[in-house]
Design a protein around this ligand. Structure first.
Ligand code: ASP
Length: 563
C-alpha cells in the first residue's frame, strides 16, 4: 500500500494569502476522469482548480539569460517567453493563456497572453506575462536611460501586477538594482532582478533556477524591496555586487545578509526585510542620469594632478573615491588640497573602500585627513550603491550639496549600515505562537487600545502586521474597517502592506470602501493602496449599487478607492 501523503507544509509567514483565480470548476472537462464505483453511482472527478494565483510582470531587458549563439558569440534573442518558457513544464502548466492587461510605453493597454506555473509547494500558482524591451541589450550597454525605462514600465503597470521580475545581464545588474532602489519611493511590492551566467538555450544553465526562484519569491512573499536573486539567494538590490565572472554564484552581498534563501523550502530572513515607514504613495524619480558623477580608484603613487583633472571635468558634481582598507588614501598634502578645492566648488566626494567587506571610518589619520577636507564617509556602501545613490540625490533640485553630503552617510534604502544601527535577532529563541499574538492584536484593535497594540507589536519577535489571523485577515484589514484613524495610521507607518489580500481576495482598501469608511479609504490611498485588478469588477458593481440606493458616502468611498 502506498504510504499516506505527507501533510502540507505550513504556509510561510507574510504569504500572499488571498489572491484567487477566476477559474472555477464548472462543467466537467473532457479530460476529467470518470470513476465507476460499482455502486450504481458515477463520479466525475474534476481536477480542482481554484488555487490562488499571483500575477507577475516579467520585464526583459536582455542579458545572457535570453541569449543565443551566433557567429559573433552570444547575442540577445527575442521571443524568450514563447521559445524558452512555453515549452518548459515548470513555467507552463498547459492551461489556457488567459490574457491580462499590460500598459505599454505609449500608454495604450494591450491584452497579453500569460503563462502559468504548476502549483507551488504552498498551493499557489504564478501567472506571468513578459514584456520585451526593444532592442534587447547586453547589460554592459545599459545606462541611466535604461533604468528610467524599467522604472517607468513598473510605474505604468504597478496597479495591475502583484510583483515584478526584471531579466537583465549580469555585468551591470548590481548598478541597475541599486539605481532602481533609489529611484522608487514607497515601494509596496516585490521587484526582483535576475539574470544568468549561462543562457537558458544551453543544456546546462543557471537561467532556469534563477528565473523560477525569482518567480516563486515574487509570487509568494511580501518583500517590498528592490532585490537581486541569483544562485538560490535573494539579496537586497543595493547591497549586491558581481564578484565572480565564471561561477553560477556570481553575486554576493558582502556587508549584509541575504534576505532569503531558496532550497527545498524557502527561508526568508524577515528581520532584515525593509517595509515602507511613511504614509506616502508609490512614486518613481525619472529625471536621473550619471553624467555628473565619476568614480576614481586610489592606487599607490596616484598623482594629485589626476585627482585634480577628474575634479575639473566640466559639469562634474559628484565623485566616488575608492580608497584603501578602512578609507585611506596616500598622505599627500597636494592630493588632499585637490580634493578640498573640488569640494569647496560644491562637488560631493564620497569615500568607499576597495575592500569587499567592511566600512570606511576615521580609524587612521589618513582617513581623518580626507574627512577634514570634506570627503564624506560612505560607510559600507558598494561602489554601485554609492554611485547610483549620489546620481539620484544630485538629480533632486531641492537638495543642496551639504544636504546631499549628509544623506550619503545615512541609510535611505538599507544600502549602508549606519554606525548606530543595532540589529536584534532571535535565531534560536522559541517563538511565541504568532496566532495568539495576532488574536491579542485583534482584540486590542476592537478595543481601540493603541497602547496595548504598540506593546504587542513591540514584544513580538515576528513582524505581525503582514500575517493572517485565523479568519484570513491581516491586522490592517481589521483596522481598515474599524472606527478612528489612529490604529490604521500606526500600522501603516510601521510598514503594514496595503497590498496583501485576505482569504476572500480582498484588499484592506476594498473592505474600507465597502464599509463606507471615507477617512480610512483616504488614508489607505495616501499610503499607496489601490484596488486589485480582480476586485475592480465587483467594486464598480458596488459603487453603482450605492449610487442607486442614494448612499452618498459609500459611493464617494468607491470613487476615491478607484472603482
Ligand atoms: N554580458 C552579459 C550581460 O551583462 C553577461 C551576462 O548577462 O551574464 O548582458
Amino acid at each position: 500500500m502506498a504510504p499516506p501523503p505527507p501533510p502540507p507544509p505550513p504556509p510561510p509567514t507574510e504569504f500572499y494569502n488571498g489572491f484567487r483565480s477566476n477559474v472555477t470548476t464548472a462543467a466537467p472537462s473532457p479530460t476529467a476522469s470518470t470513476f465507476n464505483l460499482n455502486l450504481g453511482i458515477s463520479l466525475n472527478v474534476e481536477p480542482v482548480d481554484n488555487l490562488p494565483e499571483s500575477r507577475v510582470l516579467i520585464i526583459m531587458t536582455g542579458g545572457t539569460i535570453c541569449m543565443q549563439r551566433s557567429e559573433n558569440g552570444y547575442v540577445p534573442a527575442t521571443g524568450f517567453l514563447d521559445n524558452a518558457l512555453r515549452p518548459r513544464p515548470s513555467f507552463n502548466d498547459g492551461s489556457p493563456p488567459k490574457p491580462v492587461p499590460v500598459v505599454m510605453e505609449d500608454g495604450k493597454v494591450e491584452m497579453m497572453d500569460t503563462l502559468r506555473t504548476p502549483p507551488s509547494k504552498y498551493s499557489r500558482r504564478v501567472r506571468f506575462v513578459g514584456l520585451e524591451f526593444n532592442p534587447l541589450l547586453d547589460s554592459s550597454s545599459i545606462n541611466a536611460k535604461g533604468w528610467v525605462k524599467i522604472a517607468k514600465t513598473i510605474e505604468r503597470n504597478y496597479q495591475l501586477f502583484d510583483s515584478f521580475v526584471i531579466l537583465h545581464g549580469t555585468d551591470s545588474l548590481a548598478y541597475t538594482s541599486s539605481a532602481l532602489s533609489f529611484m522608487i519611493n514607497n515601494l509596496g511590492k516585490p521587484v526582483i532582478l535576475t539574470g544568468s551566467q549561462a543562457p537558458m538555450s544551453e543544456l546546462h544553465n543557471d537561467a532556469t533556477d534563477n528565473l523560477l526562484g525569482s518567480l516563486i519569491i515574487a509570487g509568494h512573499y511580501m518583500i517590498p524591496e528592490v532585490c537581486l536573486f541569483f544562485n538560490h539567494k535573494l539579496f537586497r538590490g543595493n547591497r549586491a555586487t558581481k564578484t565572480n565572472a565564471h561561477d553560477f554564484a556570481a553575486f554576493s552581498s558582502p556587508n549584509h545578509p541575504a534576505l532569503a534563501k531558496v532550497g527545498i523550502s524557502t527561508t526568508v530572513n524577515w528581520g532584515f526585510v525593509r517595509r515602507p515607514s511613511r504614509i506616502s504613495p508609490f512614486s518613481v524619480q525619472t529625471d536621473f542620469e550619471t553624467s555628473h558623477v565619476a568614480c576614481l580608484r586610489v592606487f599607490p603613487g596616484i598623482l594629485p594632478q589626476m585627482v585634480r583633472g577628474v575634479l575639473q571635468l566640466p559639469g562634474l558634481r559628484g565623485l566616488i573615491l575608492e580608497t584603501f582598507g578602512a578609507g585611506n588614501a596616500p598622505e599627500d598634502a597636494e592630493l588632499t588640497d585637490a580634493l578640498r578645492d573640488g569640494i569647496e566648488r560644491g562637488i560631493v566626494v564620497v569615500n568607499v573602500t576597495q575592500c569587499q567587506v567592511g566600512t570606511v571610518s576615521p580609524l587612521y589619520a589618513s582617513a581623518t585627513a580626507l574627512a577634514r577636507a570634506g570627503v564624506v564617509f560612505g560607510l559600507d556602501m558598494t561602489t554601485e550603491a554609492a554611485l547610483t545613490k549620489l546620481s539620484c540625490l544630485l538629480a533632486n533640485p531641492t537638495l543642496s550639496a551639504p544636504e546631499i553630503r549628509k544623506l550619503m552617510s545615512r541609510s535611505m534604502r538599507g544600502e549602508l549600515t549606519e554606525q548606530s544601527e543595532i540589529h536584534f535577532s532571535h535565531p534560536n529563541a522559541e517563538l511565541p505562537p504568532a496566532l495568539s499574538s495576532l488574536s491579542a492584536l485583534g482584540y486590542a484593535i476592537q478595543d481601540q487600545n493603541l497602547d496595548d497594540i504598540r506593546i504587542i507589536i513591540k514584544e513580538s519577535n515576528q513582524f505581525l502586521l503582514n500575517q493572517f489571523d485565523y479568519s484570513g485577515n491581516t491586522p490592517l484589514h481589521i483596522a481598515a474597517i474599524s472606527p478612528g484613524l489612529g490604529i490604521l495610521r500606526e500600522f501603516l507607518s510601521q510598514g503594514a502592506s496595503v497590498h496583501l489580500r485576505n482569504r476572500d481576495g480582498r484588499t484592506p482598501l476594498f473592505l474600507a470602501a465597502d464599509a463606507g469608511k471615507l477617512e480610512n479609504v483616504r488614508l489607505l490611498k495616501e499610503s499607496g493602496a489601490h484596488l486589485h485588478a480582480e476586485e475592480s469588477e465587483m467594486a464598480t458593481m458596488l459603487k453603482k449599487r450605492a449610487a442607486a440606493a442614494g448612499e452618498e458616502v459609500k459611493r464617494t468611498c468607491w470613487d476615491l478607492a478607484g472603482a
